[in-house]
Design a protein around this ligand. Structure first.
Ligand SMILES: C[S@@+](CC[C@H](N)C(=O)[O-])C[C@H]1O[C@@H](n2cnc3c(N)ncnc32)[C@H](O)[C@@H]1O
Length: 374
């Protein structure tokens, strides 16, 4: 396969660069090329604009709408690639438009497969746009892998059907049971899955489990196999810091001077015990300490007020201290944060946040202000 574009499409891309997609501009480019090429080219520029959030060289790449939505961002893809030994040939069984394939190709030989021709075409184009080698096939990777028996395998099964997402592993494409024999033959395999899959399911696969934090969100659960003694970890992409999961923290009823809000991937990995600081009552993901946090895993807040959750009392405190709430956060309690936010609204004051949590049956609240990292 060559990453070739029909000359009319190349010309349309060139002519439409920097233009607003107005009917007259599309018509003008269409007259010089073809209507199909013009429509495609304006769509590419829109996708390239959106792709800039994920890719440094988005303006040289090709995308499909679905392919871009499903693509790993560059920094996360590099982390995936680093889970393989350098220099080995890795088969990416679900390469999409090639985000992971590019990162893998930066470290060694790659074979990418996708059953959608537009995805495979874009993946090959995108490899070459990054001056990288590698093969890409339009194929059902299950059929290909049964024959080729790859030893290093990356797979990011599709979890969408149209606009719907599924959490049923048997509805993924490819399904997990169909992948099993391919993974069992591999020296190393890495599978990207939704972090929303239940612990029971993720733990039932004998593999290391890594929850990935990027841009403040828990983006994915990665399974890395084979593993004789599986561990659970969280990785913070921006800092490169790792946390060991499955560590519990002691609890305290009393909030101390600072509230520590844990990164969602650390919470998902059950790593709240990693900081040797107690959890605040039943508020999973909130720790409390006498000192501000100094960790990329934690957002810190100074505790300004604490008490029972009563909107009237909190309102009075806010007004008296000239504090203006910018958000109401609730953790595992049946309180509607939008409704409470409206009830507590103040027109001016210094910015604070209200946190509602539970201690047994009691609802408690804090007024906190953000402390910036030193
Ligand atoms: C989640 S996307 C992969 C995104 C990719 N990791 C990236 O970062 O760009 C999944 C891709 O797998 C492809 N796919 C699903 N089942 C497949 C199969 N049996 N063989 C080949 N490709 C398949 C889909 O067409 C889709 O492009």
């Amino acid at each position: 396969m060559n990453p070739e574009l029909h000359p009319l499409f190349v010309e349309a891309l060139h002519l439409s660069e920097g233009l607003q997609p107005t009917p007259s501009a599309i018509q003008r480019v269409g007259k010089a090329t073809s209507t199909e090429a013009a429509t495609w080219a304006f769509t590419q520029w829109e996708l390239r604009r959106r792709g800039a959030v994920k890719f440094a060289r988005a303006s040289e790449m090709l995308f499909t709408t679905d392919g871009l939505a499903m693509a790993s961002s560059e920094a996360v893809a590099r982390f995936h690639a680093g889970l393989f030994p350098e220099g080995v040939e890795v088969a990416d069984l679900t390469c999409g438009i090639g985000a992971d394939l590019i990162a893998l190709a930066e470290r060694g030989m790659v074979v990418g497969l996708d059953q959608i021709p537009d995805h495979a075409n874009a993946a090959l184009w995108n490899l070459r746009a990054h001056d990288l080698g590698g093969l890409v096939y339009v194929a059902d990777s299950l059929v290909w892998a049964a024959h080729e028996k790859p030893k290093y395998v990356f797979v990011d099964p599709a979890r969408r059907k149209g606009s719907q997402r599924t959490l049923n592993p048997e509805s993924f494409s490819p399904s997990l049971s169909a992948l099993r024999p391919i993974l069992d033959r591999a020296n190393r395999w890495v599978m990207k899955l939704s972090p929303m899959l239940p612990d029971d399911f993720l733990g039932s696969i004998s593999a290391d489990l890594i929850f990935v934090s990027h841009e403040g969100e828990c983006k994915e659960a990665l399974l890395v196999g084979p593993s004789e003694n599986p561990v659970t970890k969280a990785i913070h992409i921006e800092s490169g810091e790792e946390l060991l999961g499955e560590t519990s923290a002691p609890r305290t009823e009393e909030p101390r001077g600072f509230l520590w809000e844990l990164d969602p991937a650390a919470v998902r990995a059950h790593a709240q015990g990693a900081f040797r600081v107690p959890q605040l009552a039943d508020a999973i993901g909130y720790l409390t300490s006498d000192s501000p946090p100094d960790s990329p895993w934690i957002t810190g807040y100074r505790v300004l007020w604490q008490g029972a959750f009563r909107e009237k009392v909190i309102s009075t405190e806010l007004r008296r201290n000239q504090w203006k709430p910018t958000a109401v956060k609730t953790k595992y309690v049946e309180v509607n944060p939008e409704k409470t936010f409206k009830a507590l609204r103040q027109s001016s004051g210094s910015p604070v946040q209200v946190v509602v949590y539970s201690h047994g049956k009691a609802l408690r609240a804090l007024i906190v202000e953000r402390v910036l990292p030193a």
